[in-house]
Design a protein around this ligand. Structure first.
Ligand code: NCD
Length: 317
């Protein structure tokens, strides 16, 4: 793997390899000193042009646990707010010797532009680009599902036959896109449930089933129900009549939650709009993996950084 920009180009073997290395990394987290010297001397830049809590901190913790030097750079308060272009910023980071750049950007395709450019020769990790992709989120979701399904025997497994239902604002969701590519590569069956206004037209070409009725989709007994945040900041028109109407039809509320078999996994990438796409009862239930997803995110990001920065050297050695 040269960069981690999209899950579309990841093969099944590569995906399983990342998840297996993440299992090793998670063992490190349980130690008294949860740190490995693997990336000592490497410089990793966290370049965030969009707000983030989980992803930014998670990458920072991951890089530190691997002993890298980490610089976190928020576009607010930097020369970006003075109009400096992505190109100039990339060239500055190159001149400072960055080995990897983790980038979050509101424009779909920004990470790909950096990865293909000659401005910088660092490894590029996409931490979310517009509505396009968020590969480490999908990897941590796959890791979380695999662990819950296979427990201690997870290593080497895909997600064959697992039925995942993704619900909500598909149109604006990079999490949904990255998950569709990755989960199906790993052998899962994915169903998308949303109002027609929140499904992009391109969905017809995706390897998924599409449904409009949430109760019907939940009655089919999926193994995993993944709720998505309503991305109000990306909505410049009205996609549904009212929030109340949305949560009545598409929200995972307490009534729907009670109907689900107790071994169903309830997922959400965060940040959650409690009471809109998910009730507090659902979010905090033992069936919910929300906090596990956050913890697993560190292990998966450690694996991605490790494989990108020294994976190949290790193979050569
Ligand atoms: C997601 C994102 O930023 O794309 N959040 C995250 O990374 N944990 C999902 C979202 O914002 O709804």
């Amino acid at each position: 793997m040269k960069h981690l920009v999209s899950t579309k180009s990841i093969s099944r073997d590569e995906a399983i390899d990342i998840l297996d290395v993440a299992e090793d990394m998670s063992d490190v987290a349980g130690r008294e000193v949860p740190r490995l010297p693997a990336l000592r001397g490497k410089t990793i830049v966290n370049l965030f042009y969009e707000d983030s809590t989980r992803t930014k901190i998670s990458f920072e913790v991951a890089a530190k646990r691997l002993s890298a030097d980490v610089i976190t750079f928020s576009a607010k308060g930097s020369s970006v707010s003075k109009g400096e272009s992505l190109k100039d910023t990339a060239q500055t980071l190159a001149a400072m010797g960055a080995d990897a750049v983790i980038v979050r950007h509101p424009a779909s395709g920004a990470a790909e532009v950096l990865a293909r450019s000659s401005w910088i020769d660092a490894k590029i990790l996409n931490a979310g680009d517009g509505t396009h992709e968020h590969p480490t989120q999908a990897l941590l979701d796959a890791f979380t599902i695999r662990r819950r399904l296979h427990g201690d025997h997870a290593r080497g497994h895909g997600l064959d036959g697992c039925r995942v239902t993704i619900v909500g604002d598909i149109e604006h969701s990079r999490v949904a896109r990255s998950n569709v590519w990755l989960l199906t590569t790993l052998g899962a069956h994915v169903t998308l449930v949303a109002p027609a206004t929140l499904l992009p037209p391109s969905v017809r070409a995706w390897p998924v089933e599409v449904a409009f009725d949430l109760d019907h989709a939940l009655a089919a007994g999926p193994d995993v129900v993944m709720m998505l945040r309503i991305q109000a900041e990306r909505m410049h028109e009205s996609f549904f009549p009212t929030e109340r109407e949305y949560s009545t039809h598409w929200g995972l509320d307490d009534v729907r939650m009670r109907r689900l078999p107790g071994n169903t996994l309830v997922m959400h990438p965060g940040p959650m709009n409690r009471g809109l796409e998910i009730s507090s009862g659902a979010a905090d239930s033992p069936m919910s993996t929300v906090r596990e997803q956050v913890a697993n995110g560190v292990s998966v990001r450690m694996a991605a950084l490790y494989l990108l920065l020294i994976g190949n050297e290790a193979e050569v050695a």
